[in-house]
Design a protein around this ligand. Structure first.
Ligand SMILES: Nc1ncnc2c1ncn2[C@@H]1O[C@H](COP(=O)(O)OP(=O)(O)OP(=O)(O)O)[C@@H](O)[C@H]1O
Ligand SMILES: [Mg+2]
Length: 276
């Protein structure tokens, strides 16, 4: 894959749906499979992915434990006062950073903010794979499609699905290729409730119409939120020197990450999954 990395964009306009958590676990998963991974954090305000990776670097230096690290590409936001000028400059900055990472990475993971932003739109047009984690809630589902409460049929596509449709056309024109759009149900509770059952019923119908495919996401587990300060992921827990007791829930979390990696159908990943 010299000179051209596979770009994975993690996007959803809805905030707090688990994008950064997925981005970090995906990046570390790919690193642990022996790939070279670049990362770009487009959430300029929160910089959660950037902070997660910085915490990892700081912990490596402090503990002496060697952990695989992604290459970090930083897109500096434009200082141009003119909106159209700023958008154009941001795009150029993104393209430059991506071109650099392309030289040194097999995969580039791009984490988008939980809002509609011009640069996030632009990043979508570079996506070979787009992952959209959604909270398991009918309210969050509305961004993908609006449902009839009685028949449960899709009445119309939602704002984010419309955006992806538009950007897919743009990508086809610009790069002559499509986007493999994968939607994952995030933070699934262990309990079965009406909402969960209905999500399970309607999402498979929506995927055919809206052009995404479903993959299992991560369950609601404390471990996914606990390791941020050390920059660790569930895939790091078994490494010597981490010193954390591994519970059944941690093992299940690890299986969830491996399952996501398998279901993304990323190039050369399936043949290496045995390494994890
Ligand atoms: N599977 C999970 N189990 C438990 N907590 C989770 C899980 N996934 C994410 N979280 C927690 O939920 C919150 C939102 O997650 P995250 O920051 O990954 O979402 P996001 O989509 O990137 O948010 P934003 O739109 O603000 O960028 C965080 O507190 C995170 O630690
Ligand atoms: Mg985020």
């Amino acid at each position: 894959m010299a000179g051209r990395a596979h770009v994975v964009v993690i996007g959803n306009e809805k905030g707090g749906s688990g994008k950064t958590t997925v981005a970090m676990h995906l990046a570390v998963g790919l690193l642990r499979l022996g790939f070279r991974v670049g990362s770009i954090d487009l959430d300029h305000r929160q910089q959660s992915l950037g902070r997660y990776i910085a915490n990892r670097q700081a912990w490596v230096e402090r503990s002496g434990v060697t952990l695989p690290m992604p290459r970090v590409g930083v897109v500096q936001p434009s200082a141009n006062d003119l909106k159209s000028g700023a958008i154009a400059e941001d795009r150029t900055a993104f393209d430059t950073v991506l071109a650099e990472l392309n030289q040194t990475s097999d995969f580039v993971v791009v984490d988008c903010p939980g809002a509609d932003a011009p640069l996030a739109r632009h990043a979508h047009t570079h996506a070979d794979t787009l992952i959209t984690p959604i909270n398991d809630s009918l309210l969050d589902l509305d961004l993908l499609g609006q449902l009839d409460p009685v028949t449960r049929e899709l009445k119309r596509s939602g704002i984010y699905a419309n955006l992806v449709w538009e950007l897919r056309q743009e990508r086809r024109k610009l790069h002559k290729s499509g986007i493999d759009w994968v939607v994952t149900r995030s933070r699934l509770s262990a309990l079965v409730d009406r909402n969960k059952l209905m999500m399970a019923e309607v999402l498979p119908q929506m995927q055919r119409i809206l052009g995404f495919r479903l993959a299992d996401g991560f369950g609601e587990r404390v471990i996914y939120r606990y390791m941020f300060l050390w920059g660790l992921t569930v895939l790091d827990l078994e490494q010597a020197g981490i010193g954390m007791e591994i519970t059944k829930s941690h093992q299940s979390a690890r299986e969830e990450v491996c399952s996501l990696l398998a279901n993304l159908w990323l190039p050369r990943v399936s043949e290496r999954l045995g390494r994890l």
